[in-house]
Design a binder for this molecule. Structure first.
Ligand code: DNO
Length: 351
């Protein structure tokens, strides 16, 4: 059975589990441990208590998003061995506690990136935006940055060192380092009954001169072929992949869905404003360039049994909070997605 889930950032999240529980269609939670140093093992007892807190609210802990991959693994440094061992141990602990899906990414230094966190819409709501020219005008070596998906606060020196190290890593080297990582962790995930699901790079192109590899069909082909296991899967984020306006999302959902490799779907909408620029919109098809009906239909037709979550919402009704992760617009989003799901399923008479 497919599950409709909601992301929750732990006890510091202004959106409480009780709020989430009151959204009628939510089955489970997507969350993480937020007090573990990148590279350390995620302990069994902490995962267990996270699960218990969520279960007290009659929800289940459906996905860990994410256990960050240490930069030394992406850089292919000798110290990666220790970090890969730790990562494997964290996966085993997830399995022991009974958490079935692990979303993660392999983007160097920066996670998801936007240039405007509060772009004003005509109706007074705000959305997240990405403008490639604005990004290119940022000089990382000089400016201090506040990026939404940036988990690690680096000092200027640390960031400069990291950027220097990456100057020797091209896409090819990053792929080799990624495959080296996968070859070791995927068998552990399979044994532990955990499905790994890589998130699409967001945006799906190089930023700040850093290589990015999980960005198109060729990459997803290489990923699924590199280790042939159900535990080597995809978090199909339509907002991220859809930022590339040339990608046919429903076709790719069918392609990897048929192989059983999509475990997690992030569903949201965006509007393209230039070849490499876009902003986020409300979830329904008519506000953006993603056809949410066709996307949902492709998931249903390929018998998707994983987890769906609404993704970034706008800020509406005066809400303030974590960019993209307020309560109200994501709640509207999940209700819309559920309605689409039910309508298509019944219309198709798929049981
Ligand atoms: C953005 C999220 C990402 C995602 C990571 C997965 O809102 O989808 O931050 O959690 O890239 O590792």
């Amino acid at each position: 059975m497919v599950k409709f889930c909601f992301r929750w950032f732990g006890n510091d999240d202004p959106v409480s589990l009780q709020n989430i529980r009151q959204i009628p269609v939510v089955d489970g939670i997507v969350s993480a441990l937020y007090d573990i140093e990148v590279g350390d093992i995620w302990p069994n007892n902490k995962l267990k208590s996270l699960k218990e807190v969520i279960e007290k609210h009659e929800l289940e802990l459906s996905v860990i998003e994410s256990i960050p991959v240490h930069e030394d693994i992406k850089l292919g440094k000798p110290s990666r061995e220790k970090y890969i061992d730790n990562y494997s141990q964290s996966i085993r602990n997830m399995g022991r506690v009974g958490i079935p899906i692990l979303c993660y990414n392999f983007m160097p230094v920066f996670d998801w990136t936007r240039t405007n966190l509060a772009m004003e819409n005509p109706d007074g709501s705000t959305s997240l935006g990405y403008d490639h020219n604005a990004l290119q005008n940022i000089d990382l070596r000089k400016e201090s940055l506040d990026l939404p998906g940036w988990a690690t606060a680096y000092s200027h020196d640390e960031l400069n060192n990291l950027l220097n190290e990456y100057s020797k890593v091209d896409e090819n080297t990053l792929w080799n380092n990624f495959e080296y990582f996968l070859q070791q962790v995927v068998p552990v995930a399979e044994e532990s009954k955990v499905k790994m699901a890589i998130h699409i790079d967001d945006p799906p192109w190089s930023i700040f001169g850093l290589p990015r590899i999980i960005k198109d069909e060729e990459a997803l082909d290489r990923l699924v072929n590199s280790v042939d296991s159900i535990s080597n899967g995809i978090s199909f984020c339509v907002g991220s992949l859809g930022a590339n306006r040339h990608i046919d999302l429903p076709r790719l959902i069918r392609k990897y869905g048929k192989k059983g490799r999509i475990h997690f779907a992030h569903l949201r909408n965006i509007k393209h404003t230039a070849e490499f620029s876009f902003h986020e919109t409300a979830h329904p098809s008519k506000f953006g360039d993603n056809d949410m009906y066709e996307i949902t239909k492709a998931l249903i037709e390929t018998n998707f049994k994983g987890v769906i979550r609404p993704d970034h919402g706008r800020m509406i009704w005066g809400e303030t909070g974590r960019p993209g992760y307020g309560l109200y617009d994501r709640a509207l989003g999940i209700m819309y997605l559920y309605g689409l799901w039910e309508g298509i399923k019944k219309g198709l008479k798929v049981s």
